[in-house]
Design a protein. Structure first.
Length: 275
């Protein structure tokens, strides 16, 4: 059977995959790592995120088929699962090998991020603890960046807390489009239990608390730019709210959330929060 790139792209959950990879790459740069390390880190994170995306669709294929999800390639054409499994195996190997080029500490921390995504796919998403997987996975990202060689060191705990909260916000934004289908299938994670409005409010709270932590720790270095960045986070949080309420099945809320995360990284960069 010929490999169909479009199937591999669609089943990888491309928007979250690219967004997380871009965020991680920016953190490597903010941590002052050389270009080569930034590129290796980006490739390692991308491979890990691809494995998470593909495993999600493989694990959910039967449920998606029962729900009549025409937007899911593996629900429409189950025979394509073989291609996705092969790609998944390759990316897992690449994720390990590329992570090891960053040093053992960064590799272990990246393993935590990937394990968080897989734990979510394997069942955590159907529990009240669904946000925990995202919190842990995102919290490890600053530490991966700072612990990568050369100059290996652990990220400050407050950066990991802020990143984890951004991950919680991303979780709510990412789940919103599938909320009705999840409820119909009996998937009762935290967003499904809170509903659309509750999820959006929780996401906004997480974003603003994350920004507040970064401001408190670093804002004194560049108060004007920090204030402007915080205002941008607030605006993006409100945009996420509007997108979620007007088009809950769209990707607008998630994209606005990740844009707010990018602003948080910019505040870190301006204030030299990671090095």
């Amino acid at each position: 059977m010929l490999v169909r790139p479009s199937v591999l792209i669609r089943t990888s959950h491309p928007i979250p995959c690219v967004a997380v990879t871009a965020l991680a790459t920016a953190l490597f740069a903010v941590a002052g790592k050389p270009l080569t390390v930034c590129l290796l880190g980006a490739a390692a994170v991308l491979a890990g995120q691809l494995s998470i995306g593909w495993s999600n669709d493989l694990i959910d294929a039967r449920r998606d088929r029962a729900a009549g999800r025409r937007d899911k390639p593996l629900a429409v054409a189950p025979e394509l699962a073989r291609q996705v499994r092969a790609a998944l195996g390759v990316t897992l190997v690449l994720a390990v090998l590329l992570s090891l080029t960053l040093g053992w500490r960064a590799a272990a921390l990246h393993g935590v991020t990937v394990a968080g995504g897989w734990a979510y796919n394997l069942g955590l998403k159907a529990t009240p603890w669904s946000a925990l997987a995202y919190f842990v996975a995102f919290a490890a990202l600053p530490a991966i960046a700072t612990s990568a060689t050369p100059g290996s060191e652990m990220a400050p705990a407050w950066t990991m807390l802020a990143a984890g909260l951004v991950g919680v916000a991303a979780h709510f934004g990412n789940v919103l489009p599938d909320l009705p289908d999840d409820l119909a299938a009996g998937v009762l994670g935290l967003p499904q239990r809170l509903g659309t409005k509750g999820s959006v409010l929780a996401a906004i709270a997480a974003l603003l608390i994350a920004a507040g932590i970064i401001d408190f720790q670093t804002g004194f270095r560049n108060p004007v730019l920090t204030a402007l960045g915080t205002a941008a986070v607030l605006v993006l949080a409100l945009i996420a709210l509007g997108c979620a309420l007007r088009r809950p099945r769209g990707q607008g809320a998630f994209l606005a959330t990740m844009a707010a995360a990018a602003v948080d990284v910019a505040i870190l960069a301006v204030n030299r929060g990671l090095g």
